[in-house]
Design a protein around this ligand. Structure first.
Ligand SMILES: *Cc1c(COP(=O)(O)O)cnc(C)c1O
Length: 420
């Protein structure tokens, strides 16, 4: 699939005259469309709700947009809870899925009335000691262990991930014991959650995960007599970062989950179970980009294009060797007949947005669009080398642009330092 930026050269030139590069730009129209398509895909389930994973894009304007589209939020830390509270999310529209949780975070999650999703069996007592009770609605995270394989590929089963190596969640046995214990301590409605693979480019991931969780929910409800009220498929639906990859079909994913629901939960009399999701990347990833200006060319053993953004604005390439597509604004269709390394200015040799990438001829001052940075982009920013995090802008549906987070200033950098 050809990757086109959601913003034209003329628009970008205008925006860059008002706001200095680098900046992250988000597309309101795309965000709303994505949220609506997801909601439509699960509209067969009356209790369905998306709890947007705040860590992907913790920016008030983005959270407010998603709130308008009917989403809740999934938080994993004190400040994410505080942010959600300040954005007006309330009660059970907040999911709290954390691990190695400090007591104060459970206390705030409880005070806000959010749904607490426990990561471990020992947290049952810890929660009781911290907040003085077990909430009526409680959720537990499942880790099936082993490997998580999906369908047949030409080399056998496609291995998605190895839950056994992951630090998250209860074992199967702990879940049965945990549900019984929680019920005895006052819980009345139970949720089940699992996150088995990240950035999956397959319409089969959610249905396969749903199958595992639905079967387990039936057994749990039958054996422990605990009422399973919701099943949370968590995050993990991916996006095509590379142009040769195919996007997931969210309608097909919703339909695949519905088939498992009809096959497993309905015959067990569990047709009232609500389906929840906690997508981050799928919701925001393609609806944001990082815009950066070309500052320098360097000709040594390779052709380097030096830009004004660096890994503190987008850590994924440096951290995971992740691919992010790059287009030269206004020259999207020009022949890609040059090979460049596109690099930022950190004193770290992994600060490279692209390595040996075929691109059109680039000129000084050109604006480069680094695609798919709307999730886990700005939010992973840091201050290494004294670099300051960039601004975030929202391209609204009417074509105007709004500053939704200012760029950091040196004052922000010095704010936590003690000089004497
Ligand atoms: C990170 C995270 C998500 C979102 O993951 P994506 O890959 O962005 O969809 C959802 N739930 C939990 C508990 C997470 O930690």
């Amino acid at each position: 699939m050809e990757k086109k930026p959601f913003v034209s050269r003329a628009q970008l030139d205008k925006i860059a005259r008002q706001y200095p590069t680098p900046f992250h730009l988000y597309d309101e129209k795309g965000i709303r469309q994505t949220a609506r398509a997801l909601k439509a895909a699960f509209s067969w389930n009356p209790g369905y709700k998306e709890y947007f994973a705040v860590k992907a894009t913790p920016t008030p304007a983005i959270l407010n947009l998603l709130k308008e589209e009917g989403c809740g939020v999934d938080c994993s830390s004190l400040t994410e809870l505080m942010l959600s509270d300040r954005c007006g999310f309330e009660g059970q529209d907040i999911m709290f899925s954390s691990n190695e949780t400090p007591a104060g975070e459970y206390a705030l999650a409880h005070k806000l009335g959010s749904i607490i999703n426990l990561d471990d069996f020992t947290h049952i007592d810890f929660l009781q000691e911290t907040i003085g009770e077990i909430p009526e609605t409680i959720s537990c995270r499942f880790n099936p262990g082993g490997i998580f394989a999906l369908g047949e590929s030409h080399e056998g089963f496609q291995v998605m991930d190895t839950p056994e190596d992951s630090k998250y969640g209860f074992t199967r046995e702990q879940l049965f014991e945990g549900f019984r214990k929680l019920k005895a301590m006052g819980a009345k409605q139970f949720g089940l959650h699992a996150f088995l693979a990240s950035n999956t480019l397959s319409n089969d991931y959610y249905p396969a995960l749903a199958g595992i969780l639905f079967r387990l929910a039936v057994e749990l409800q039958q054996e422990t007599d605990c009422q399973v009220a919701f099943i949370n498929l968590s995050g993990g639906v991916g996006i095509p970062y590379r142009p040769e990859e195919t996007a997931n079909d969210i309608a097909a994913i919703g339909e695949g989950v519905r088939r498992e629901f009809e096959r497993i939960l309905v015959p067990a009399g569990m047709e009232n179970v609500a389906i929840y999701t906690e997508l981050g990347r799928y919701m925001l990833g393609p609806n944001g980009c990082l815009v950066t200006k070309v500052l320098h060319f360097k000709h040594t053993y390779r052709e380097y294009v030096g830009v004004d953004a660096c890994a503190v604005d987008l850590m994924r390439p440096a951290m995971y060797g992740a691919y992010h597509h790059i287009t030269v604004s206004g020259r999207e269709d020009a022949p890609h007949d040059h090979l460049y390394d596109v690099v930022g200015g950190l004193c770290e040799n992994n600060d490279k947005f692209a390595i040996q990438r075929p691109l059109p001829k680039i000129g000084l001052g050109d604006l480069l669009v680094i695609h798919d940075t709307g999730a886990h982009g700005h939010s992973m920013g840091y201050n290494y080398n004294g670099k300051l995090r960039s601004a975030e802008l929202l391209l609204r549906e009417d074509g105007t642009v709004k500053l939704i987070r200012r760029a950091e200033t040196p004052e922000d950098y010095f704010a936590t330092m003690v000089f004497e």
